[in-house]
Each structure stands twice: as structure tokens, then as C-alpha cells.
Design a protein around this ligand. Structure first.
Ligand SMILES: Cc1cc2nc3c(=O)[nH]c(=O)nc-3n(C[C@H](O)[C@H](O)[C@H](O)COP(=O)(O)O)c2cc1C
Length: 350
């Protein structure tokens, strides 16, 4: 059986095309639109409260026309560290001063919660057709629980070693995430950025190393990109950035403007907005602090201290402190309904 057929048996969508889950930039509306167009829509759950997650799952269960995916982070939350937090606020001091914000008034905290049995209690009644994870997999008992509902399980690999680990721990398919990809690197066996491979270096090596189907992701933005990924052995593709300017996405106006501008030609990996490396369009905070400034505390604790700065500058119409997540290839971003973006990408399967 070829990989393409194997993926279709696992996830019987019209096209082997997943819309990438993009926390903070979309919800069920984009997922439903992609499902209706023959792809697999995704709901990113990392930043949703239990009540919102439940409401979004209800929408998808009631209205989705084909298989859909719900996505969770599965990092281990760090212990709060007051020394690291103080160092981080000191690094941000010039920005606080400019914004007239007292850093002592800014609450610390985690903006993203990992998958847990409590979250699984919310999800279980909906038995999503697909559940995808970022940053590895949940503990074996939790993973077994997800599988017991009949959900197909996916997770991102950024190296051949991670792909082998995911296969050995029971995923149904691996998402090979190239270095070009927008948003957070799914890396979980290493934090060494030198290990990270571009999509067309990673994909064929992962395809060769594992038996389960491989879904390619990272800067696939048009039918030619889809065709190229399939030629390199992908069983399907996952596309994120190209959907960010669709009317069904909740991407902010400032983020949309940046994606459609020349600024989108320059992205970098940065730890400044969460503590883990993620790819976004270079902005003032990244330029002035350095995108990988070591003062940023462990994921996801960096977010809280930046939040009021982001809000301050956004109120002025500026993106100085806004994470502008984007892959290296934003050329697929168009103000078009998700159905049209999906149809254009799907020509790559013909
Ligand atoms: C705005 C944005 C948010 C993202 N959020 C998530 C997320 O919540 N969960 C996840 O697994 N991946 C997330 N990603 C990464 C995507 O799953 C995928 O790896 C990436 O979009 C592929 O590269 P591309 O953006 O060039 O298509 C995000 C990407 C972007 C652009």
C-alpha cells in the first residue's frame, strides 16, 4: 500500500490536505470551511478555556462535513522561577518605560496549558476523528485514552530521531515540520536549533526512516509546493500560513497587514514571545532584544510579561511587541475564502 492510500484509510478526507492548527489566529470557522472544501480543518486548543473548547468542539461535531482535527500542546509546564522572571522584566525595561507600564504591576503566568486528563474529560464526549499534538506526545496512559475513543493521533517531528520516537510511541502518522514553518517548532527531543532541517531535507529522510504515513509541513503555499512535497514521498500536506488572511481566520488586522507586506520576506525564529523558538516576521522587539535573547524564561512563561507591551503598542496601531507568526513563504496569503485557497492547493494532487 502506498503512503497516500495509507493516509486516506486513516483520515478519509477528499484531499490529503490538513489546515494547520494555528492558536490565536483561528477557530472552528476556518476549520469548518476547510472541511467543507474537502480538506481536514483543525481546531487549535492550546489557548482555549475548557468552556470555549467545549463550545468549539460542539460546533465542529455538529457542522463538520468530513474528518476534523483538534490540536494540543504537550509540554511539561516549568516551575515558576522568580529569578528568571526578574531577569526577563529587566530585559524588557526600556519597553515598559516607553509604554509607561510598571513591570511590578504585570502578573506572571502561563498562557498555554498542556493536554491533561482534565482536558481529555472535555474532549472525550466528542471523540474527534483526529487529534494532533505539538512538542511530543502526552504520557502513555493519556495517549491510550485518546486512542480508546477511536481518534487518529498525529504529532510533529522536526528531526529523523523525533520521527522514529513518535512512530515507536504509537502515532498513526507523523507531521514532518521543516525549519521554514510558521509558529512554534514542534521540537521535543532536543532544544539545539542546529539540528533543525528544512522541509525538503527533512521530508525524504523521515519518509525513508519510518513506516507510518508522513505529512509534510513548512512553507507549502501553492499547488507546486504540494506537488513537490508529494514527489518527495509525503502522504499528505499540512498548510498554515497560506490560510492566515482568509476571512474565516481570526488573524488580527495588524498581523494580516504584515503578512501581505514586504516585511513578511524576513522571518526569524524567536523565543521572546513564549520561551520556545517560533517563527515570525521580524519586529522591533526581535530587532532590539535579539530574537533568541537568553533572558526569555522557559515556555510558556515569557508570554505574560510581553502581553501588556503588545497591547500598548497595538492600541497605537503598531506591532512592536506583537508575535507575527509566519512561515518563510507568505506568498500564499490572499484575502480569499478558505475554500478557494484549499481548491488552489489541491490542484497539486492532480
Ligand atoms: C499563526 C500560527 C500559529 C500556529 N499555532 C500552532 C498550534 O497551535 N499548534 C501546532 O501544532 N502548530 C501551530 N503552528 C505550526 C503549524 O502547525 C505548522 O507547522 C506551520 O504552520 C507550517 O508552516 P507554514 O505556516 O509555512 O505553512 C502555528 C503556525 C502559525 C503560522
Amino acid at each position: 500500500m502506498n503512503h497516500h492510500t495509507a493516509l486516506a484509510q486513516l483520515i478519509p478526507s477528499h484531499y490529503p490536505l490538513l489546515q494547520a492548527p494555528m492558536a490565536g489566529a483561528q477557530g472552528s470557522a476556518l476549520a469548518l470551511a476547510v472541511c467543507a472544501a474537502g480538506g481536514v480543518g483543525s481546531l487549535p486548543a492550546a489557548m482555549l478555556s475548557p468552556d470555549t473548547l467545549k463550545a468549539e468542539l460542539q460546533v465542529l461535531r455538529d457542522a463538520a462535513t468530513g474528518p476534523w482535527n483538534v490540536n494540543f500542546f504537550c509540554h511539561t509546564p516549568p516551575e515558576p522561577d522568580t529569578v528568571a522572571e526578574t531577569r526577563w522584566r529587566a530585559a524588557l525595561r526600556p519597553f515598559y518605560d516607553e509604554a509607561g507600564i510598571d513591570p511590578a504591576s504585570v502578573p506572571a503566568g502561563a498562557g498555554r496549558v498542556p493536554f491533561s486528563h482534565a482536558v481529555a474529560d472535555v474532549v472525550e464526549p466528542f471523540a474527534p476523528p483526529v487529534v494532533s499534538f505539538h512538542f511530543g506526545l502526552p504520557a502513555p496512559d493519556l495517549l491510550a485514552r485518546v486512542k480508546s475513543w477511536g481518534s487518529r493521533v498525529l504529532s510533529s517531528a522536526t528531526t529523523v530521531e523525533e520521527a522514529l520516537w513518535l512512530e515507536a510511541h504509537g502515532v498513526d502518522a507523523v507531521i514532518a515540520q521543516g525549519l521554514e514553518a510558521g509558529g512554534h517548532r514542534g521540537m521535543f527531543l532536543t532544544s539545539e536549533l542546529g539540528t533543525q532541517l528544512g522541509t525538503f531535507a527533512l521530508l525524504p529522510q523521515v519518509v525513508k526512516a519510518i513506516q507510518v504515513p508522513v505529512i509534510a509541513t513548512g512553507s507549502i503555499a501553492d499547488a507546486a509546493g504540494v506537488r513537490a512535497a508529494m514527489a518527495l514521498g509525503a502522504a499528505g500536506v499540512q498548510v498554515g500560513t497560506a490560510y492566515l488572511c482568509c476571512p474565516e481566520a481570526s488573524t488580527s488586522a495588524l498581523h494580516r497587514a504584515a503578512l501581505m507586506s514586504e516585511a513578511a520576506h524576513h522571518t526569524e525564529l524567536t523565543t521572546l514571545f513564549s520561551g520556545r523558538p517560533a517563527r515570525g516576521i521580524v519586529n522591533r522587539l526581535m530587532r532590539e532584544l535579539g530574537s533568541l535573547n537568553s533572558a526569555a524564561p522557559a515556555f510558556p512563561l515569557a508570554t505574560a510579561a510581553v502581553a501588556p507591551l503588545r497591547a500598548h503598542f497595538e492600541a497605537l496601531g503598531r506591532t512592536d511587541c506583537t508575535p507575527l507568526w509566519s512561515g518563510q513563504n507568505a506568498s500564499g496569503c490572499q484575502t480569499l475564502p478558505a475554500a478557494e485557497i484549499t481548491a488552489a492547493l489541491a490542484r497539486g494532487f492532480a
